[in-house]
Structure formats: C-alpha cells, structure tokens
Design a protein around this ligand. Sequence first.
Ligand SMILES: [Zn+2]
Length: 496
Amino acid sequence: MLRNNLTFIFIFSAVFAAFSQKISKLPEYKLSQAEVEAHLRFLASDEMLGRRTGEITNNVAARYIAEQFRLSGVKTVSGQTDYLQKVPLEFSKGSKTGEIYAGRDTLKLGKDFMMLSGKAAKLQNIPVVFVGYGWIDESQNDYKDVDVKGKIVVCQFGIPNNDKPFENMTGSTQKAKFAAENGALALVQVYNLNFPFASIVRNFGGERLMAASVFNADIPHLWINSSYIKQFSKEMLPSLSLNVGEVVKKPAPAYNVVGVIEGTDPKLKNEYVVLSAHFDHIGAGKNYGKVTESDTIFNGTRDNAIGTTALLTAAKAFSAQKPKRSILLIGYTGEELGMLGSRYYAENPLVPLKQCVFNLNSDGAGYNDSTKVTIIGLNRTDAEGEIVTASKAFGIEAINDPVPEQNLFDRSDNVSLAVKGIPAPNMSPGLTAFDAEIGKYYHQAADNPENVSMGYLTKFCKVYIYSARLIANKATAPKWKSGDKYEKVGQELYGK
Ligand SMILES: [Zn+2]
C-alpha cells in the first residue's frame, strides 16, 4: 500500500510538474495584470460614454479592438480587406400623432395602434380586404385570388406556423412588401401575441435603433391592438380611413470586428474555434437608466468590457502561440439592443458556419465569487472537461449556470451561433446567484473600472484563453451533449 501510494505520488508529481511547466510556457500564463487593466480602463472609461450602439463611442470601441488585432498580428478574414464588418442598422422615428377611423371609433396612434414603417398617408373610406396572414412562400400565397389593389389589407399578426415571438415580430416586415407589391394602400396587422401591447408600443414605436430592413415598402405598415378585432369583421366594417405621418429612417453605422489566426495543423486548421464578446453597452444619461448627480455614465465594465478584454488578450496569446485549429475572433456590436450584431453575423458569416466547430462567448452581468468562473452551458457540450481543466490550472473552479430558470443561455450572443448548430457556451466571471452584489452594478452607473478586482480578472482572462486553447487542440471537435435542444441542428450543420 505504502509503496503504491508513493509510486502514485511520484507519478502524480512528475505529471503535475510537466503539466505546470507546459502551462508556464504559454503566453496566457504570462499575461500581465497591467495589460488587462489597460484594456478594461480604456473600454470602460467615462470618455467612452457607455459605448452605446448607434453612437460614435461604439465605433471607437470597434476601432480599438481592430487596431489591437492588428498589433497582435491577427489577420483579416480571407476575402476581407478590413477587420470591421458593417452591420446595417437604422434609426427609426415615427410621428407622434395619427388616427384610424373605424366605423364610429377613432383609434389613436401610440395607444390603440402603432406604425412600423411607411410614408405619410391620408386615406378616406378605403375598402378593407382580409388576407389571412398576408404571407407568401413556396407552400402558401394569401394573395392568390384576392384583389387588393387600391385597398387596405388587414391580416393576422406574424408568420404562419412559427411560434417564435421574435421571428414573428421581425419577419413580419416582409409582409408590408407583399402587400405593396400586390397594390394595397396600407397593411394592418392585428396584434395578438401574449405580450402587452403597451410594451410593444414602447419597444417598437417611437424612436429606436434596429436592424435595417431589407424589405422596404412605402405603404403604411400598422399594428393594431387585437381588442379592436371586432371592428374588422367584414360585415361590420367594409372600409377604413386613416391619417398617419411618416416613419423616418436614417442609417446608423455600426460594426462587428472580425479577425482570424490560422491554426498550425494542416488538417485541423480548416476548423475554427470562434471566440466572441460584445463590446457595446447601454450609453450615458437618464434616458437609459438611473443616474446620480456624480455619475451619469453606464460604463459597462462588467458588461462587457471584461469579456472584450478576454477577447483581446486571447488575440494576443493565440497569435504568439498558435493552436492546431484556427481561431476566429469576433467583437459584436448591438447586443444590448437585441443581439443585433451577433444575429447579423450568424446570417452573414465571414467563415462558413459548418467550419466553425465551437464558440466560446464571454459575456456577463458581473461576479460575486472570485474563486469561480461561471459557464452558461458548461454541461451542454463535451468541452466541459477542457474548461474544468483550464480553470483548475489557475486555481479557479468552473461552475455551471446557477439560474437555469432564467434561461441565460438563450439571452446572450452565444445563442446566435447555437441556433445554427454550433456548440456555444458562454463564460462569465464567477456568478453564483443574482444577488444584491450583482444588482449593485448590473446595468448601473456604478459599474466602474475602479471597483473590480484586476487580479481576479487577469486570472479570468487566463482561464478563458487556456480553455479555448485546450478546445482548439482537442483531437476531435466538441459536440452538443446528446439530447440537447440544439443537438439536431448541430448534426444538420456538420452533416453527421
Ligand atoms: Zn452583456
């Protein structure tokens, strides 16, 4: 027994020594706190005014990341001349007043209905036509055999056979194009989702920044609260009148930042491990949250200058010592406004998605335990072992999602690639619960670079990079664990 034990201790010590020697040669091991602190203090400085998407400081942050990539020796993606990927967004500003006259009722803009797009229009006693969903695709054409020329088209809300609220909302912009192409004068959708109409008006009416629509139509596109649906039954209401102003749209320049580090293995370099983090935050001033007399800036140190710093330090470490697989680095814009940057990237990838075998995103609300890192989706892919090992190497415990009921996995940029099939967990600093410590800083003006532990965050970056390195050098690419809700789409993507 004793002898065996000694042998075991001897072997263990030898392996451990070899292991720690190996790590100590890696650039992430040597990562200095000053470097982490410099990135963090720049990105989360007051001068950056909260990096809000659509504002110039968001583009300054993108520029900073791009030039850091250049400095590290990161290359632009093949076929690209720049690190910046333009994300077409637009400011949309509706008019404040407008009416629909339905029988004896007058419906008010902003209360009973809202206008999503279109030019100003004054329409008097225009015949109404019902067209189901007002949808056209390979299997369905709601305009077949219906004459809508010179009429107001009324339809059910959303897209047929689709129960995803977000897709129903954004996808419905295509319907205005269908209506206009068929000669209608206006499109009215009857809103009936299980989400209060007042909140919809707050989020989609008024002034907002959104993905630029590729389906532009000049006819008024209106959403009306379903409590008025009775007014729109054919018998009761043969015609409508309306008076609405223009929804003015103005392009807003925003960019993702994308760079690549080619792997060393002749075969595996055709596979990419995607490292990503959003760099935008919510801005400055009382329009975006609670401010105090002395602090009006939402610095977004934790959310997400930390993740962006992890991305920048990874860029440098992997350029200095390349792994077997290639590394694709992406800084996303627009996360706080609805994952606009990552959603755009997923639809317009610069490297074919099926070559991207894994995505380790870094985003977080903050941390309350600096002995841990929290991985949303740790146990959902078989990169779990690599992440646990990498954390241990720096004396950190890797823990899984502490609040699965909050569905955090589907609430950050990692989900944009996950829905395409790419195994994509999210790594955040140690979060064990959404407690008062998290609430004190999460999306608060107090989220300043002065009140984080730079020592801990340096370790966090090391864990992030080393995890990615172990995954990028792994013999076989990690997969979704069997039974995961994204397993099937993963199999479709990779053709297995
Ligand atoms: Zn975030």
